[in-house]
Design a protein around this ligand. Structure first.
Ligand SMILES: [Cu+2]
Length: 275
């Protein structure tokens, strides 16, 4: 489903498009557009974004052409006695109906995309992400029943680990490639937001609510995100780092992680919930 290929060819739009399709996972100087998609949801978001760009460029060029035409044709020199027309029913109906049609054209793919994002396919891996001031706690409730805290690295630690500044974390999330990862997001203190741009995920972490979202990474690699809801003084220091690996690498990591990290204390959680 690539709207890019429908060929509503606008020269300026194509130039803008070509800037947007860089393959780097990290932001770079003079970057335009969205980060390259690494999940079906993000591919659809990008596709929708392209459609909007075509529409925006077309409307802007149309308005610019109207302005130029009026400046040239109806200035005082070329049009010394102006018309006293105040209403034109046909024109007024047209400039009401045409925007409505454009909005309907935008609404159809928009609702399709919203539904696609919210209808979570059958999960292969379940991940709980709990936002805290100012780090994330992750749980793997189905694959091994363990949890760990993931803290952003200091500048020095990031440099030493070869991680990007304010994006690297001490304990990364590891997930298998081409598998549906269902993420349950919640907050332990204030509202945070678990966001992973290349996967098209941004879900609020609200205390007392379990918000469900999902992603399916289409390629292996390291992906970065940030807390995207202003949550206090160190809001900028609780990044998200996800390593997407093959199935065998995931199995090997799981075996190690189960030993390394603490088990989720279900009994304690139930007790706390009952109080
Ligand atoms: Cu936060």
């Amino acid at each position: 489903m690539s709207i890019r290929k429908t060929g509503i060819g606008v020269g300026v739009a194509s130039a803008v498009m070509s800037w947007t399709s860089a393959a780097s996972a990290l932001p770079y100087d003079y970057e335009l557009g969205l980060q390259p998609a690494a999940s079906p949801v993000m591919e659809r978001i990008e596709s929708f974004h392209q459609l909007l760009l075509y529409i925006i460029v077309a409307i802007s060029l149309f308005v610019l052409a109207l302005l130029v035409w009026i400046i040239i044709r109806y200035n005082r020199r070329s049009n010394p006695t102006p018309s006293r027309t105040q209403h034109n029913t046909l024109l007024e109906v047209a400039w009401t109906i045409i925007p409505v049609i454009i909005l309907v054209i935008i609404a159809i793919p928009s609702f399709k995309l919203l539904y696609y994002e919210s209808a979570i396919p059958k999960a292969d891996v379940k991940l709980n992400a709990i936002g805290k001031q100012w780090f994330w706690t992750y749980q793997y409730p189905a694959d091994g029943n363990f949890q760990f805290d993931s803290l952003g690295l200091s500048d020095d630690a990031a440099k030493a680990a070869g991680e990007p500044r304010l994006l690297g974390v001490d304990n990364v999330i590891v997930v298998p490639v081409n598998k549906v990862i269902e993420v349950v997001v919640t907050g332990a203190d204030v509202i945070h937001s678990w966001a992973l741009p290349e996967m098209g995920v941004k879900m609020d972490a609200v205390p007392g609510r379990l918000n469900h979202t999902w992603f399916k990474a289409t390629r292996t690699g390291t992906f970065y995100g940030e807390c995207s809801e202003l949550c206090g003084a160190k809001h900028a220091f609780m990044p998200i780092e996800v390593k997407v690996v093959t199935d065998t690498e995931y199995a090997a990591w799981l075996a190690k992680a189960k030993k390394k990290y603490a088990a989720i204390d279900h009994a304690n959680i139930t007790q706390l919930a009952a109080q």
